[in-house]
Write a protein that binds this ligand. Sequence first.
Ligand code: AMP
Ligand code: TRP
Length: 328
Amino acid sequence: MKRVFSGVQPTGNLHIGNYLGALKQFVELQDEAECFYCVVDQHAITLPQDPKELREHNLDIAALYMAVGIDPSKSSIFIQSEVQAHAALSWVLTCSSYTGELSRMTQFKDKAKGKESAPTGLFTYPLLMAADILLYDADIVPVGNDQKQHIELTRDLAIRINNRFDKKVFVVPEGRFMREGTRVMALDEPTKKMSKSAENPHSRISLLDEDSKIKKSIMKATTDSEAIVRYDIENKPGISNLMDIYGAFSGKTHEEIEKMYDGHGYGDFKKDLVEVAIDGIRPIREKFNEIRKSQELLSALDQGRERAQTIADKTLKRVYETFGLGRK
Ligand code: AMP
Ligand code: TRP
């Protein structure tokens, strides 16, 4: 059976970009593979976090995992910092990487832009991510397209270390990226990615948004003056993004949507999209509210940690042996 690993940062509520770009795949994969889904809180502190909020968010993300359909009896859900081996392996990988390759990471360049001096953790972040993946001998890593470069780096590191010691220290993982069109863009500025941290709350639809907020954000969404529902990312990024969202929640293709709204304006289309989105999100929100307060969540996280630890400790032991760290 193949092994799957992925992680999400506990830095706020997840939006439909996270859902369509990542979580939906997580759920689909759990019937064909042994899955590990991590709440990567050590990644979150690459930027300052409020300690109380961070702990709440750890539980929020874990509950959201379960609310979207990840079943803790099939998959392991756990919190990164509860398994010590992540930080430990990340150091070994740091010593096998080059500042040149890390400097080329576009996510680092974006996040450090305009800062005279960036936090070191932002720079070494991809090495912690590589450690997450390599600890579990993961074959498949489902992530959004924006993580492609980090997956490439993880593969490079695994291959480099395997070559250096002339044995299979690590499994070389593969990214499973969403098909084109599942990069969800901001509703107010459809040339930018939908993000948890954008200032305007109407730029995104959170998985925990109330129906009225979902409606408002969609009705406010930026389109264009042509008023024809037609898919054209280049020239009509706003309506194309909304069509992607419509399609992702309803299973309809762009062509089907174009046909349905032939002769209608954006108003009719948006009204229907509100319904489609609410129907998709409401059950997740309701399930979340139930799970978040339950003992079931805490037991799932305990069980997930145990399973994760067993595998991670074994890998770390193998790595230490390979590098000659410690005594045995
Ligand atoms: P993050 O919110 O950056 O921790 O991302 C969690 C997961 O969601 C990652 O796999 C991202 O690639 C994915 N993701 C984040 N934002 C988007 C977006 N706007 N569209 C599609 N996928 C996204
Ligand atoms: N860097 C990922 C993101 O920002 C989150 C992440 C951390 C991750 N470790 C991972 C994703 C391991 C997949 C596998 O979205």
